[in-house]
Design a binder for this molecule. Structure first.
Ligand SMILES: *[C@@H]1O[C@H](CO)[C@@H](O)[C@H](O)[C@H]1NC(C)=O
Ligand SMILES: *[C@@H]1O[C@H](CO)[C@@H](O)[C@H](O)[C@H]1NC(C)=O
Ligand SMILES: *[C@@H]1O[C@H](CO)[C@@H](O)[C@H](O)[C@H]1NC(C)=O
Ligand SMILES: *[C@@H]1O[C@H](CO)[C@@H](O)[C@H](O)[C@H]1NC(C)=O
Length: 458
């Protein structure tokens, strides 16, 4: 079964997890089909209307963005927010693998007050203190606004930056809420342009790069690239310490890209692709293909290199022609090709994978092997049964956790992370581990800091 890990690295499978179900074809009478369809439409728009009608977007205009508000007035919460459906849950029992861990429950949706004071009251009390090591987040999103707001809350610090890229196909209410969130908080952005993303990764490279560009005006040292249902496992304070330990190295998953997947279609000429920075000697180099998760953590130097020194447009355009995993090639390939990517990695170690910390996924070939009993595109939807592992994991985020499947798990891991943000002594981060993952060691080796002689040991 482990083999599957090699074959599939779909990170882009995030999008439209119900997609498969729609593909089932049945033979029904035309009238039944039409009647059902009409009924569904009625329900859909009815529900949309009811929800949006109750959402309170009252009396605010765009000018709100420039309004100065006093952060202190929102206070500082000492415990994580508990939604009504979670009142009976005791999270402290969920992280002990020896105990019986109860099955989780879904999140129930409620109308939301969306005027700025309400939005800020939900986010600001849970903020983390600034660490002097600001972090940016870029996330491609299409559903579950309340989850996204909650995740933002968990990572929120005034020094941080957040950018969302919205799928064009997302519901109007979702888009309105997200745009309002960005209006109410000065360090939150939503890309104006909405493109059609899908679970094969199309257009995701573009939107993440666009988000990074948009956030360049703010100060940050690392940017974390995430998808809709990635759930944070580390607090802002912990992330700052982890990224400090990476010391400029980017965390990008690097695995082999099969001949079938990459090579036949694609141009590898660095010069033709405009991937050789002006003052470098790499013009005769060829790209070395690799693939990995879209999720990654890039140092600011790496982002400046991509945005200001390379012109990745034509590579991004050609990758968009791939049928699947269109978002899995760009960063791993740039990181290992000989174009001077700062804090990158090497093709010499392939096919051995590097240690990758940004995202944890549980790959399985059978839903019975998932703690939640739910499997999507060979990745388990994580649930309460995974909490003992997630509580100890070195990863920064878990993919994927869904509020419709098991919100209890999301609530409890978030509570744990929040607790750690308030009490540093409870943190389990070992900087020494992060300072010695493959890519970080490789960059130390390149800089000749270690006494490693001869070749780098993969
Ligand atoms: C971090 O990187 C800098 C510059 O690349 C280097 O001078 C320094 O020694 C590195 N620190 C560690 C702990 O490797
Ligand atoms: C999944 O695992 C169960 C129990 O091990 C087995 O009965 C079932 O046939 C498996 N399904 C598939 C599709 O492999
Ligand atoms: C977090 O802290 C609160 C209050 O100190 C405690 O009740 C709760 O059990 C803690 N949660 C976890 C997951 O440890
Ligand atoms: C590296 O070499 C220097 C000088 O030879 C030595 O003093 C130092 O202890 C060595 N460091 C390690 C980590 O081996």
């Amino acid at each position: 079964m482990q083999k599957l890990v090699e074959v599939y690295t779909p990170t882009s499978e995030e999008f439209y997890w119900t997609g498969d179900d729609n593909e089932k074809k049945g033979r029904c009478h035309l009238t039944t089909v039409i009647a059902t369809f009409c009924l569904l439409l009625l329900f859909y728009y009815g529900a949309q209307y009811l929800i949006s009608d109750k959402d309170d977007f009252e009396g605010e205009t765009k000018s709100i963005h420039s309004e100065i508000f006093i952060v202190e007035q929102y206070g500082i919460a000492s415990s994580w927010r508990t939604r009504s459906e979670m009142l009976s849950v005791d999270c402290s029992l969920m992280f002990d693998s020896k105990g019986e861990i109860p099955r989780g429950k879904p999140m129930s949706e409620h109308p939301l007050e969306m005027h700025c004071d309400a939005v800020r009251s939900r986010v600001l009390p849970f903020r983390s203190a600034d660490t002097g090591f600001p972090i940016a987040f870029t996330k491609a999103v299409y559903m579950d606004y309340e989850l996204l707001e909650e995740q933002l809350t968990l990572s929120y610090a005034l020094e941080n930056s957040f950018c969302f890229a919205v799928d064009k196909k997302a519901k109007d209410l979702f888009k309105r809420r997200l745009r309002r969130l960005a209006l109410c908080l000065p360090n939150v952005f939503v890309l104006d342009e909405e493109v059609e993303m899908d679970r094969h990764g199309h257009y995701q490279n573009q939107v993440h790069l666009e988000c990074m560009r948009k956030m360049m005006s703010r100060e940050w040292k690392y940017v974390v690239v995430l998808q809709n249902h990635d759930i944070m496992l580390k607090s802002h304070g912990e992330l700052s310490r982890i990224f400090a330990a990476l010391n400029g190295t980017s965390d990008i998953e690097v695995t082999s890209c099969s001949r079938v997947r990459c090579e036949p279609f694609l141009d590898t000429n660095v010069e033709r692709l405009k991937l050789c920075p002006p003052s470098s000697s790499c013009s005769s180099a060829r790209l070395r293909w690799a693939k990995g998760a879209q999720q990654s953590s890039l140092s600011r130097d790496a982002v400046s290199f991509i945005l200001d020194h390379l012109n990745v447009e034509s590579l991004v355009r050609q990758l968009n022609f791939l049928n699947e995993g269109a978002d899995e090639i760009l960063l791993p390939t740039l990181a290992i090709s000989e174009i001077g990517f700062p804090g990158g990695y090497t093709a010499e170690c392939l096919p051995k994978k590097n240690t990758f910390i940004t995202r944890y996924s549980r790959w399985r070939d059978n839903f019975t092997r998932c703690a939640s009993g739910k499997l999507r595109h060979y990745i388990c939807i994580l649930g309460t049964g995974d909490l003992p592992f997630l509580g100890r994991s070195y990863h920064l985020a878990a993919n994927k956790m869904m509020p419709q499947v098991d919100y209890t798990a999301i609530h409890c891991i978030s509570q744990l992370v929040f607790n750690r943000s308030r009490d540093l002594s409870s943190s389990i981060v070992r900087e020494n581990f992060y300072a010695n993952i493959h890519a970080v060691r490789y960059n130390r080796y390149l800089a000749n800091i270690d006494n490693e002689t001869g070749s780098f040991v993969c």
